[in-house]
Design a protein around this ligand. Structure first.
Ligand SMILES: Cc1cc2nc3c(=O)[nH]c(=O)nc-3n(C[C@H](O)[C@H](O)[C@H](O)COP(=O)(O)OP(=O)(O)OC[C@H]3O[C@@H](n4cnc5c(N)ncnc54)[C@H](O)[C@@H]3O)c2cc1C
Length: 445
């Protein structure tokens, strides 16, 4: 009988492992609680109305339509029995495995303040993106309604907490939305007066980048009207208000969280050693470092992608798509080595560099492969666009994203500014407000 490989999670790590094993003499079962793979790097474009959900997601089943040894089950994994070698599901009987790949990724971390989540959603899934899109465009609709009713409206401010790549993408895209893409849409409000505030607890944004690119990114964000508050610790979040140490309370129509991630809860369910984020410590073969309670060395269990804590040259490899893709492909090689009775090779992360987009023709790129370069502005943005189209899964998605971007670029219009989900709600008229003006000195171009 062929060994059965159970892959938990159809993200970058799981999908790449399955692809690399699809021609091998193994039976593969992918289990995911969603029926689709999500290209998370472009989620912010769904959240800000540039792309449709279907442009950046693909049904997992369709990706393996021509791989008869790959099956897919849509269910949530709740736990593992490492002794019986079984995966426990929410809705079905336990499933046995010969090899287990845990690739369930990461989720938002509110650093012990889970009550902040309802006021400041994070961005991880298509559902998150649709909810954020609803909040952003609803803020403008509510302000226009208030103007009809009262002749004044509360400020349509946006606060993004977290100055890493996701926070910067969100803040930049919201700034572009306010300043470029809503022109002539409203009769009574002016979206250009919105403030977009990026709050970061560390002394600078994008801490993994070299200083010159941090300075470039800061300059580009300011050019499009993003106010950056570094070294600012958030101490509380309630409906429409962010409490900070130093800057006091700041009001906002929409608050978004891009400040922290932690490993999926399945990391803890393995019952093995994790780091403080709940990510499982893995060795060079991507097996958990710690043996199970019976002392077995768990050579048939792999933890890959965001959920893995893997150190190279004493440094933690970053939780990015490249890492997950490379880990998925490497585990396939390790399993094939076992099947062919050859020696396993150790994983080595190949860092191709970092890219962050800021807005229309604005980005920073710290390229390390195939050449070394530090780029910013339009060149960096162009590289970012080409790479994202290239890595998107599916020809249709690539075509759809390319045409949407072209349309948006040429017309300065975004086509997916839909508000879905919740119905319109009455504005809370008991709350008094004073309309806020955007500071004069932001220098928006
Ligand atoms: C908004 C955003 C922007 C990003 N931008 C970039 C970028 O520009 N460049 C970059 O390199 N990286 C970026 N990343 C990071 C990158 O997307 C992740 O590093 C990568 O997705 C990790 O892959 P993974 O396979 O480990 O996990 P994921 O891709 O998160 O996949 C995990 C899968 O597991 C499934 N799952 C989880 N729990 C269960 C369960 N209990 N049962 C069943 N299924 C489960 C999920 O549904 C999901 O399909 C970004 C991430 C986000 C959120």
């Amino acid at each position: 009988m062929q060994p059965r490989i159970v892959i938990v999670g159809g993200g970058f790590a799981g999908i790449n492992a399955a692809h690399a094993l699809a021609q091998a003499p193994v039976d593969i079962l992918i289990i995911d609680r969603k029926n689709h793979h999500t290209f998370q790097p472009l989620l912010y474009q769904v959240a800000t109305g540039t792309l449709s959900p279907a442009d950046i997601a693909q049904p997992i089943r369709s990706m393996f339509a021509n791989s008869p040894n790959v099956s897919v089950i849509m269910d949530e994994v709740l736990d593992f029995d490492l002794v019986k070698q079984e995966v426990k599901l929410k809705n079905e009987q336990p499933i046995a495995y010969d090899y287990l790949l845990v690739a369930s990724g990461s989720t938002h971390s509110y650093f012990g303040h889970d009550d902040w989540a309802e006021h400041a959603p994070g961005l991880k899934t298509i559902e998150d993106a649709i909810e954020i899109r609803r909040r952003i465009f609803m803020a403008f609709e509510n302000a226009e309604r208030e103007m009809h009713d009262k002749g004044a409206h509360r400020s349509v401010n946006f606060i993004v907490i977290g100055g890493g790549p996701t926070g910067i993408e969100l803040a930049g895209a919201i700034a572009d939305t306010c300043h470029l893409y809503l022109k002539n849409y409203f009769r009574k409000i002016d979206p250009k007066l919105s403030r977009i505030i990026l709050i970061e607890g560390l002394p600078s944004i994008l801490p993994v980048y070299p200083k010159e690119l941090i300075d470039d990114a800061t300059k580009q964000l300011k050019q499009i009207g993003v106010e950056i508050m570094c070294s600012t610790k958030v101490t509380g979040i309630t409906s429409g208000v962010v409490q900070t140490e130093g800057a006091g309370a700041i009001e906002a129509a929409v608050i978004l969280w891009a400040a922290g991630v932690k490993g999926s809860f399945l990391g803890a369910k393995l019952g093995l050693a994790t780091d403080r984020r709940g990510c499982v410590n893995v060795d060079q073969f991507l097996n958990p470092i710690q043996a199970d309670s019976d002392g077995a060395h768990l050579k048939n269990i792999f933890v890959i992608g965001d959920l893995a804590h893997f150190e190279q040259n004493g440094k933690l490899v970053p939780g990015v798509a490249q890492t997950a893709i490379q880990m998925g492909q490497h585990v396939a090689k390790v399993i094939l080595a076992d099947i062919n009775h050859t020696a396993r090779s150790g994983f080595s992360y190949f860092d191709k560099g970092d890219l962050s987009t800021i807005g229309r023709l604005k980005a920073v790129a710290n390229v390390k492969w195939p050449f070394n370069a530090k780029l910013s502005g339009a060149y960096a943005w162009f590289i970012w666009a080409v790479i994202h189209i290239f890595f998107l899964i599916g020809l249709r998605n690539r075509f759809a994203v390319f045409t949407q971007w072209m349309w948006s670029f040429m017309t300065r219009r975004r086509c997916v500014q839909l508000i879905t989900g919740d119905e319109t709600q009455p504005i809370d008229r008991s709350v008094e407000f004073t309309p806020e003006k955007r500071p004069e000195n932001t220098g928006v171009k």
